[in-house]
Design a protein around this ligand. Structure first.
Ligand code: HIF
Length: 291
């Protein structure tokens, strides 16, 4: 009888409360041991992992995307765009040890949801059902954006995933979080004064500050004239150079609620690109730790 019990437990499908438990385990890890890491939270790098796992999607061929978690393997883990993401994958590994039933693909995307919600961002609907693939399914290099480029490149990359101009701008607000690291991308510094809080400050600062080229030996980036402590990538600056993009920067800078709503929808969809969900899989909405 006891073996039957075990078998039943393994066979039963995880329920929303099981994913909520994983959510909470990740949430508890965001600041654990992060006292001397960046701005005191692993949240931003977990958002970057979720996005880089998903942003390889190509709508024409249906390849890439979060289903598969192929960044576990070289060559994808060694792609230049993914430099530094081992930090995030290692945190996720420690969570996977506690919840071995969840796929890495579900886990990494859930990590992005947790990080955004715990950093005071919008609730992100999330569905389970991704399965891990092996090394043969690795995405080719060059699918993620190159920060040194302009609006044409942004459109090439994001249209390939199926986004429109409004959605590209909405997603871009996530650069309120985190920073560039000279030993990862080469870029340096945070975009906002509160890099562990999800806000619409990315848009406000983009419009309100005077941005100048940073004088240094690193890659070309902008810095704010006033404090010289913030940065904008060339691709970020493209959002105010391009009329069709700038229209949405203005809207999101003035309306945090609209930004949260549009970002929440877009980020949720980003994590689902190319995922073959079972019919009837319902979106889950998780409670934050101190809800
Ligand atoms: Fe980023 N992004 N991203 N990004 N990104 C970096 C860091 C973060 C681009 C380039 C960079 C998005 C779009 C683009 C986050 C989240 C998102 C870095 C610095 C670069 C160079 C990496 C490092 O040195 O550590 C480009 C060119 C993008 C196309 C516009 C998304 C919308 C904004 C899709 C998105 O969600 C996050 C979070 C970070 C911070 C990571 C950290 O460790 O602090």
């Amino acid at each position: 009888p006891s073996t039957t019990g075990t078998a039943l437990k393994k066979l039963s499908k995880p329920a929303e409360k099981d994913y909520q438990a994983v959510y909470e385990a990740i949430a508890e890890k965001l600041e654990e041991g992060a006292e001397n890491y960046d701005d005191g939270s692993f949240g931003p790098v977990l958002v970057r992992l979720a996005w880089h796992a998903s942003g390889t999607y190509d709508k024409e061929t249906g390849t890439g995307g979060s289903n598969g978690a192929t960044m576990r393997f070289a060559p994808e883990s060694d792609h230049g765009a993914n430099a530094g993401l081992k930090v995030a994958r290692d945190i996720m590994e420690s969570i996977h040890k506690r919840f071995p039933w969840i796929s890495y693909s579900d886990l990494w995307t859930l990590g992005g949801v947790v990080a955004i919600q715990e950093m005071q961002g919008p609730t992100i609907s999330w569905r389970p059902g991704r399965s891990d693939k092996d090394v043969a399914a690795c995405s080719p290099d060059g699918r993620l954006p190159d920060a040194s480029k302009d609006q044409r490149h942004l459109r090439d990359i994001f249209y390939r995933m199926g986004w429109n101009d409004q959605e590209i701008v909405a997603l871009s607000g996530a650069h309120a979080l985190g920073r560039g690291h000279p030993d990862r991308s080469g870029y340096s510094g945070p975009w906002t004064f509160s890099p562990t809080m999800f806000t619409n400050d990315f848009f406000k600062l983009l419009l309100d500050e005077k941005w100048q080229w940073k004088k240094w030996n690193g890659p070309e980036q902008h810095e704010d004239k006033k404090t010289q402590s913030l940065m904008m990538l060339p691709t970020d600056m493209a959002l105010i150079k391009d009329k069709s993009f700038k229209k949405w920067v203005d809207i999101y800078a003035n309306d945090q609620e609209k930004f949260f709503e549009d970002f929440g929808n877009a980020f949720s969809r980003l994590l689902e690109l190319g995922v073959p969900f079972e019919e009837g899989t319902k979106p889950m909405r998780f409670k934050t730790l101190n809800a």
